[in-house]
Write a protein that binds this ligand. Structure first.
Ligand code: NAP
Length: 248
């Protein structure tokens, strides 16, 4: 059976670049998104123009039932998922911890942490039922914020990414014996829409000169690392982290 990758949040940003990259590597690509049908359609169009194969799957991955249905729909349309990129991550307006409500903190954890577990759980079932597990892999998209802390901006988001780092380590150990590899990328300042959600669309421009490499990163640079971690070239790599943060 061919390689089928599900990428959560693939209509924009890092997820979109990863979808395009993985399609060019021969994966059938399941492009998940929440609302932006137009952006998702343009990713699929690009993939098809390049001779790749994929399909769109609208689903809110913070809804457990929707995730279970998502995996069934992907199986029906493209074949059972053999690779997963847990990519959706959200942040809220920049503020200090002393201003944060429980409602805000819980919303971040429910979007950024629980869905990674649930998507992995469903992926593992599909790997075991339909594939040679030694060819299956998961990449989690964390953040350099998990190491740096997000002070004065979004410590809640940073802590949610710290949870993803621990999740990567724990899950990789649970699955190592079956050959399923679980790895993680930790991007730094990447040019995407996420910074506008935090209330500062020009955040990367503000921080770029302070970074050791003196520039922000591109979605394609992150996508290349994800593609390598998923590929058989990384066949002895599990529980590992690639930092894509310009030296920070
Ligand atoms: P982005 O440009 O804001 O894109 C967000 C994507 O996630 C969109 O495709 C959006 O779909 C989708 N999405 C949001 N909530 C969803 C949900 N509940 N269900 C399904 N899809 C959902 O994000 P990004 O900057 O590429 O970030 C991708 C990952 O990289 C995140 O985990 C983020 O934390 C991490 N990261 C980013 C940076 C950075 O500087 N950009 C740095 C470190 C880590 P719609 O288009 O339908 O809204």
């Amino acid at each position: 059976m061919g390689k089928v990758v599900l990428i959560t949040g693939a209509s924009r940003g890092i997820g979109a670049a990863t979808a395009i990259k993985l399609a060019s590597c021969g994966y059938k690509v399941a492009i998940n998104f929440k609302n932006n049908t137009e952006a998702a359609s343009s990713v699929l169009e690009k993939i098809r123009r390049n001779g790749g194969n994929g399909a769109l799957f609208q689903a809110d991955i913070s809804d457990e039932k929707a995730v279970v249905e998502l995996f069934s729909m992907v199986e029906e349309k493209l074949g059972a998922v053999s690779h997963l990129v847990n990519n959706v991550g959200v942040l809220q307006t920049q503020m200090r911890v002393e201003q944060m409500s429980a409602e805000r903190i819980n919303a971040i954890l429910m979007q950024n942490v629980t869905p990674y577990f649930i998507c992995a759980r469903e992926a593992i079932k599909h790997f075991r039922t339909h594939h040679d597990t030694t060819r299956c892999a998961i990449v989690n998209v964390s953040s350099a914020a998990s190491r740096l802390g997000g002070a004065n901006e979004y410590v809640d988001y940073a802590a949610s990414k710290g949870a993803i780092d621990s999740f990567t380590t724990g899950l990789s150990l649970e699955l190592a014996g079956s050959g399923i590899r679980v790895n993680c990328v930790r991007p730094g300042c990447i040019y995407t829409d996420i910074h506008a959600d935090g209330g500062e669309p020009q955040r990367v421009e503000r921080l770029a000169s302070l970074l050791p490499m003196k520039r922000g990163g591109t979605c394609e640079e992150v996508a290349n690392a994800i593609a390598w971690l998923l590929s058989n070239e990384a066949s002895y790599v599990t529980g590992s982290f690639i930092d894509l943060a310009g030296g920070k």
